[in-house]
Design a protein around this ligand. Structure first.
Ligand SMILES: Nc1nc2c(ncn2[C@@H]2O[C@H](COP(=O)(O)OP(=O)(O)OP(=O)(O)O)[C@@H](O)[C@H]2O)c(=O)[nH]1
Ligand SMILES: [Mg+2]
Length: 369
């Protein structure tokens, strides 16, 4: 999974990128302004650690998420694209090609030494503004493409072009009503036809409020606190909060110190864990595990995936040569402590290729190639 970190200037994007990737990217005022940083976050999962205790593998492999940290996008840059002057936007869109979701960092911390481009701290206003910039950027792309299509359709008859024209007209209408494209339900075929465009408002989005150090208490009820109910109910949107600066500092401490520090602040679970959990929910993802002596490993699949598809995430050969999946739900594996014991206790199930993999399944695939 690849996630793009976006937002207005100086809201804490790079701070949160560092929190997620345990990185050390520069957050000083002039540090590394213009380039995008790319980093990898390891998905924390205590179940994987517990499996490792049982199987004593040579290697533990966590699931990962790639994060791309971008410079701030200022007010008016989406609009500029719409007026044919979108230099900033073009660079932005190139960096955001092929991402699965956006993480929109919204400023929630007060600090008079870091001026906010929009004046007083007000998350709802910033979200509305940023949504609009994304909508303008998308509208610029749609209008340009529609113009081209109209010309081409005059010259030749093409069902493909007509279908694309129809979808983009629907998009145009929604965008003109200031509706983000992520609200629109598309068929698989329609999705395929617009895959080549980087429509920002079409991406599932996780809005992360970056709160000040004293506001840890607001983390669990950020939606109510900042009156964001309107967004919380939208399709393909999730909202969560972190105290970016202090949580980034905590993340670099040894585990035990970090735990005590978080307890003091009243935070449950790390900022990293909270953001990743929300990202999985946003994208409808689940984890399953493979476990043996060489390696204990977590894998990420879309919820609803069949056993055969899940096998394909590990290797296409296992998908092609799939015979059976031996499945033990995680809690039962914790009791039985081996596939063999699970089998003798009746906790192991033999499943076929159409079995729907469940969150936390520990799976041994049988295949032949
Ligand atoms: N007090 C406080 N300061 C923060 C917090 N998060 C970030 N900052 C500070 O805000 C400034 C900007 O942080 P960055 O993480 O660089 O923000 P950014 O959004 O990446 O900024 P640009 O990339 O320039 O748009 C830095 O001085 C951070 O230390 C926070 O939660 N509390
Ligand atoms: Mg930055």
């Amino acid at each position: 999974m690849r996630v793009g970190i976006v937002g207005l200037p100086q809201v804490g994007k790079t701070t949160i990128f560092n929190l997620l990737t345990l990185g050390k990217a520069d957050t000083s005022p002039r540090g590394g302004k213009s380039e995008a940083h790319v980093g990898v976050a390891h998905v924390p999962d205590s179940r994987l650690d517990q499996l490792a205790e049982i199987f004593q593998p040579e290697k533990i492999t966590y699931a990962t998420v790639d994060y791309v940290d971008l410079p701030g996008l200022a007010r008016g840059e989406g609009k500029a694209a719409l007026e044919g002057q979108g230099k900033e936007m073009a660079g932005y869109l190139t960096s955001l090609k092929n991402i699965d979701a956006l993480l929109h960092v919204v400023r929630g911390f007060e600090d008079s030494s870091i001026p906010h481009s929009e004046g007083p701290v007000e998350p709802a206003r910033d979200i509305a503004l940023f949504e609009l910039e994304m909508i303008f950027s998308d509208l610029a792309i749609v209008e340009k493409r529609l113009e081209r299509l109209a010309k081409d359709l005059k010259k030749m008859k093409s069902t493909d072009l007509e279908v694309e024209h129809e979808i983009l007209k629907r998009f145009k209408h929604a965008l003109e009503e200031e509706q983000p494209l992520r609200q629109i339900e598309l068929t698989e075929d329609e999705k395929k036809r617009v895959r080549g465009f980087t429509f920002l408002s079409a991406k599932p989005i996780l809005m992360i409020l970056n709160l000040g150090d004293q506001d840890a208490g607001k983390v669990p009820r950020a939606v109510e606190e900042f009156r964001l109910q309107k967004y919380a109910g939208m399709r393909n949107v999730r909202i969560a909060a972190v105290c970016g600066k202090i949580e980034a500092e905590i993340a670099s401490l040894p585990e035990e110190d970090a735990r005590l520090f978080m307890e003091d602040l009243g935070l449950s679970g790390s900022g990293l864990a909270r953001i990743i959990q929300e990202s999985y929910k946003l994208l409808g993802l689940i984890s399953f595990f493979t476990a043996g002596e060489p390696e204990v490993r977590a894998w990420t699949i879309p919820s609803g995936s069949t056993a055969q598809k899940a096998a394909g995430v590990i290797h296409t050969d296992i998908e092609r040569g799939f015979i059976k999946a031996e499945v033990v739900p995680f809690p039962r594996m914790l009791e039985c402590r081996s596939f063999q014991e699970a089998k003798s206790k009746g906790a192991l199930r033999l499943e076929g290729k159409d079995y729907t993999v469940q969150e936390g399944d520990v799976i041994l695939f049988r295949f032949n190639i």
